[in-house]
Every structure is written in structure tokens, then in C-alpha cells.
Design a binder for this molecule. Sequence first.
Ligand code: ZN
Ligand code: ZN
Length: 130
Amino acid sequence: MAFDKKEPLRDKHGQIVAEALRNREKWGQSYRARALKLFPPVCARCGREFSGVRLHELTVHHRDHNHGNNPPDGSNWELLCRYCHDNEHSRYEDTQYFSENTIDQDDQGPGLTHKPFANLADLLKGKTKP
Ligand SMILES: [Zn+2]
Ligand SMILES: [Zn+2]
């Protein structure tokens, strides 16, 4: 009986995660491409210019640290090189860690059998045994 309840739930969860991952990749590519069209390939902090193969060292930073906030006029974006980007984020580490870690744990969920917190979650919900 308990198995009937469990299976469809897990399936649905896997689908939602896969979809979220797809959307995240799609948006990740498109806002980067759009930002690179809007701004010159120059780091906004140190002023270094990036072109050709080195362009990938330039990252799109979100001024409000919300990766879901992508206004078409680019007002939330800033092009930063990897080093300046790291610097910028070390100041915001706590918030960033929290929001990104939540997503990352979900992404890895369905693909891996090793889930260190799966048992903990079950324990908290009080359903260790079916
Ligand atoms: Zn820089
Ligand atoms: Zn950033």
C-alpha cells in the first residue's frame, strides 16, 4: 500500500527537477548571450578586455544577486572577469550559498542514489518505515 503512494510522487519530483534544470540552462545561456550583446567585453571592475577564446572568462554578474531577475535592458547585469566576480561574491557568500545550494541539491537528487540527507528528511517527516 505504501509503495503505491511513494512511486508516483518520486516520478513527479524527478520530472519537475529535470524541467527546472532545462530552464536554468536555457536561461543561463540566453542571458549571457544577451548581456554580451548589450555590453562591451570589458570587466566592469578591473577594466580588462576579453575577446575571442578568452571571452569565456567574462561572467555575467547579477547586481541584486538574483539569477532569476533578467530585465531585457540589462540593468541587473554586469560583466565581470572571474577574479572580480569571485571578489564580488565573497561579500555575499551567505545569501548566494543558500540560494544556489538549494537548487544544486535538487538537481542532483534524482540522478544519484547517494543522498546523504534523504534519510534525515524522512526522519523529520516521521516516515522511516513504509
Ligand atoms: Zn575584473
Ligand atoms: Zn554574480
